[in-house]
Design a protein around this ligand. Structure first.
Ligand code: ZN
Length: 302
């Protein structure tokens, strides 16, 4: 939705450009493979004088030193002292994202990489002005979503053809850690705004306007018209990876996905609720969420 605003360009999950793009040659959202996409080839030329396998392998190596959550304390110390792998890593992404802005003629590049460590790493780049939009969803909806099996990855080429899955307890733990980390790095000075998925699908226009205000991003002209409908027209862009609900589509009608209320078994629901209770409360989610749960399904899941 942000990518549809004038002056904005959505790159999807650019964190994976080296692996899923340069090395695996997965599909861009325009329908062309990465290495055949004119947009990404121009970006590669502007940023690095063209893509090379050597550089992609170097980024693949650096990712293990920067992206894991366990590396975050060391990375933050390295940023303060301007040393370590994060400096090279952030310089590459700085050049890459500036090239995207130039080729797309955009003022704002929207990156949906969703890794907290990536946001921290990008903030080390002298070329970028990074702002963090923290999107929160009810932990039980997130946990249910991660249990879905056999969901095809729409950008996949030959490897990793299905979306990953996680057990509910693992999802709850990741949900707590990632949300806490996002808030922690915001307290260290990264411009930050938090929004709830449920508020967004209920009142998309005002919620996005509040996010732009919160991030101190100038409101694009004609914003009210662009956000006035529940049907979002997605420009034919060049995004990498992404959820099957949006990837490569020209429009999406917003509605809250409440499938987890009946789909997540009562035992898993209690487990996820217990593990994430303090933060569910912090974000304004009720502890009891089974009002829509039918007795038949509740019994069946026991
Ligand atoms: Zn493309």
């Amino acid at each position: 939705m942000l990518g549809s605003l004038s002056g904005f360009h959505n790159v999807g999950e650019i964190v994976e450009f080296a692996t899923r793009g340069v090395l695996d040659d997965e599909l861009c959202s325009c329908g062309t493979n990465f290495r055949s996409c004119d947009f990404w080839n121009e970006v590669g030329d502007v940023a690095f004088g063209g893509w090379t396998r050597e550089q992609a392998l170097r980024m693949f190596d650096l990712r293990w030193k920067v992206q894991p959550r366990s590396k975050l304390p060391a990375t933050m110390l390295d940023i303060r002292h301007r040393r370590g792998p994060v400096i090279e890593y952030s310089a590459v992404f700085g050049k890459l994202i500036r090239a995207v802005a130039q080729v797309a003629k955009a003022d704002v590049v929207v990156d949906a990489s969703k890794l907290v460590t990536q946001a921290v790493a990008l903030s080390a780049s002298d070329d970028l002005d990074v702002r963090l939009l923290h999107l929160v969803r009810d932990a039980r909806g997130v946990a249910y979503s991660w249990t879905k099996q056999d969901v095809a990855r729409p950008s996949a080429n030959a490897v990793f053809t299905e979306m990953k899955t996680h057990k509910p307890a693992a999802s709850a733990a990741r949900w707590c850690v990632d949300n806490a980390l996002a808030e922690a790095i915001a307290r260290r000075g990264l411009p930050y705004h938090r929004m709830r998925y449920e508020d967004f699908v209920s009142t998309p226009g005002p919620t996005v306007e509040a996010a732009l205000r919160g991030l101190e991003i100038e409101t694009p002209s004609g914003l009210a018209t662009q956000l006035g409908s529940r049907t979002v027209h997605i420009p034919k862009g060049h995004a990498l990876l992404g959820n099957p609900s949006g990837f490569g589509r020209s429009e999406v009608t917003l509605r809250e996905d409440t499938g987890w209320r009946n789909g997540l078994g009562s035992r898993d629901r209690r487990l996820v609720t217990a593990l994430s209770a303090p933060m569910l409360a912090r974000y304004g989610y009720p502890m009891r969420s089974d009002q829509n749960d039918s007795p038949t399904l509740r019994e069946a899941s026991r």
